[in-house]
Structure formats: C-alpha cells, structure tokens
Ligand binder design. Sequence first.
Ligand code: URP
Ligand code: ZN
Ligand code: ZN
Length: 471
Amino acid sequence: MATTLISGGTVVSAIGRREADVLIDGESIAAILAPGHAAAYGITPDSVIDATGKYVVPGGVDAHVHMSLPFGGTVSADDFDTGSRAAAWGGVTTIVDFASQTVGLDVRDVLAARHEEAAGECHVDYAFHQIIGDVNDESLKAMTDLVENEGVTSFKMFMAYPGVFYSDDGQILRAMQNTSESGGLMMMHAENGIAIDVLVAQSLARGDSDPKYHSYTRPEELESEATHRAIKLARVAGNVPLYIVHMSASEALEEVSRAQHMGLNVFAETCPQYLYLSIEDHLAQPGFEGAKWVCSTPLRSKHEHHQKDLWKGLRMNELAVVSTDHCPFCMKDQKELGLGDFSKIPNGMGGVEHRMELIYQGVVMGEMTLERWVETCCTTPARMFGLDKKGVLEPGADADVLVWDPNARTKIGVDDKHHMAMDHSSYEGFEVDGKVDTVLSRGRVMVQNDEYLGAKGHGKFVKRTLSKYLH
Ligand code: URP
Ligand code: ZN
Ligand code: ZN
C-alpha cells in the first residue's frame, strides 16, 4: 500500500496543536511523528506533501446536508456527485445526508432508494440520517432495525412544514420513546409550523409577499417554543438524546443552555448562515433578490444579538456542531417558483463548500480558537453521529486530512471559488482569511494546487455506531 508523509505542518486537534508529521499508509493514518523523525525510523514514504507553515487538521465532517432533496415543488440543485465534489473542494471529507419518509411511505424502502441514489456517485464518504414523517407501528419497528443493523443511528423529525414532513407532539413522543430504547439520537427541526402557517396566511392576505416576510412569519418565539417543547418531550421519553438542528436565535439557544444545565441530553448545531447573514443585509434585499436566502429556520435581524449569542454558544459548547444544512436551489426555475408569494420559495441555501472557510474566519475574528474550529467542524460531528474513524488524526483513523494555508485568502463567489450546482452564491463577495490547500480522503489526494484530483465513486457509505456522547 502506498505511504504518504505530510511533513512540516502544525497538526491541530480539538485539544491542542503541535509541530508533527503525519504518516499515511493506504487509507489510514499510520502514525503522528515528531517533525523530521520519519527517516530515523527508516520510513521512506512513496510521496511527501510539504505542509510547512500550514495547519494539518482532520477532514471536515458536515453532518447536515440535503443532496437532491425533493422539496418545495422542486429538487435541491446539488446531487450526490456535484454536492460531494463541492464538499471536497471545501475540505469536507464526510457528509451525512438524509433518507426521507413522508406519509404513506415505508422507512426501509426510502432508505434503500436513497442508497441506490448515492451509490457510486459520491466523491467523499457519506452516511445517512433517517427522516421520519409518518409514525406508525411499522415505521417504529423499522427505526429500531436501522439503529441495530443498518448503521443509521439518528432520526430527524419536523415540528415545521405541516403537510410535508410535520409530526404532531404525540407522534414525536412515540418516535422519541422508540429512539430512547434503541440507543439512537433524535434530531429536531424545532419551529412551530402550525402557528407559522397562520402567520403566513395573514401576511399574504395583507399583501406582504416579498421574501423578507419569510422571516417575519417565523419569529424567534416560534423557534424557542418548539425547542422548549422538544426538550420536554425528550425528557418525558426517557431523556432520549436530542439534537436541535440549524439553530438561528438567541431565545432558542437559551432553552438549550437551560436544559444542559439541568443535565438533560440536549445538543444543538448552528450553521454559517446564522453567524454571518441577516434579514437586513440579505433576505430583505430589494425585489426578489432576497429569495436566495430563504431557508428555515430563517435568517434573523442583525440588530438582535443572535449572531453574537450563537458565537458565544459555540465557544461555550452550548452549540456543539457547525453544519451547513446545505440545500441549494437556483434562482432560475427554482427560487422563482415563489415570485409574488414568499411561501412558495423553496427553503434552503447552499454552503457545503464554505463551512471550513467561514468558521475559520471566526478564529481570525477572535470568536473561537483554532482547536474549537476543529472540534465543531470535524471532531464533534464525528463523535456525535458515531463516525468512529472520522474527525481525528490518530493512528487507525481514516486518512481524511485537510492541509490549511492560514497565510492565503479565499474569495467566495460564482466567478471566484464556487463549485456547487447553484447559479448564485449565498456568500457572494465574501473574502476570508485562509485557504483549502490540500485535501485527502482515505489517503487519496482530492484537491491540490487548486486542482481537482478526486473522482466520483471514491466516496463510500459509512455505517455509523451510536453517538459517542452517551454510549
Ligand atoms: O431551509 C431549509 N433548512 N431547507 C432544508 C430542509 C430543512 O428543514 O432542513
Ligand atoms: Zn430542518
Ligand atoms: Zn436540513
């Protein structure tokens, strides 16, 4: 098997940094060596990657993406091929997508179909969560089977989107009880969808139909209320581990923080869009432009401390993970479905390529440490979702590596760095410090010298174990 030495860099983990060389043997990390010591051990690697002046970190793990998601009358624009390739360009070597069960569908069937869709298409390794949108005796049985036999150990449910993915409290409770017994983890889209639909109808009746009303009809109270309710339901269901997805608002974060102080098994993620984008600067842009930034939970006002609080939450571990909720839609033919009616704009934005870049900028801005960047973007998502060989650089782990150049810069935009299948960039014009230098997925060089060297089909399905936070 071929050996590679990544030499001269600073290896950064969730707990510290040190000058070290990384020896890769085939698809795995073989050793972390004191700088320059490979020769002393008689090691002559087949190839050397010079990481002098650079950081060497685990490949990113994006635990929340939606490739080819049928949603809002269309299908998200990146498929497993284009989306996982964009992930590699962004230093992300594992993605976790979703199989979706809606009313009337069989859980095992939709998971099998999702496997077929992804097989042979992915550039980087991938895993699945299971969306549960129809709780019944059969789907509950299947949930246990997925945890025990299929390597699908987490479920996503929705308190939002009535008529699409929505579940009521009784259904959620039953699914949580089942998950509590099987040892799985429950992810929750926490927004009160029933109340939101009333506000949406009222807004449209008033003639308030521009994209910005997407956020005004999803006030933070309806995110925090749902977060609170999910926490209580999880407690009733035997303190099942609960993971709140795409958290956008201060009040909801307070609910999570309070639950954690009470000793409950409650975790949460946020996404780059909630740390950088706002109603004023993005969603409320004139005309239909704001449609680019319609996503749920929605962007919030920049004047209400949400961004500051979310950064604080990341520092304090109230927010354990940064994911992207990558769910891109083009303006043409997709976002345009909502011209004149914001409620018909497909919800979602793309970002799988930019998470490592945008969160590293948080390090530069002093919002978090370098180690915390690695922890929230690589190590914790791997531990949270039972990806046992991902998220760390240690002997035996998969050789998923990102060499990061802190002295270069990255310009994001459709005519700059942009490899997602979108006709616009959610972060157009952003220029950030640092740059993806080299990316390896299980020992294979995917990106080097601004050139793409990966290939469709390299990415393999990863069976996940139970969350390492509780098992
Ligand atoms: O707007 C979003 N977040 N679209 C993707 C589906 C979801 O709720 O995660
Ligand atoms: Zn969601
Ligand atoms: Zn999502």
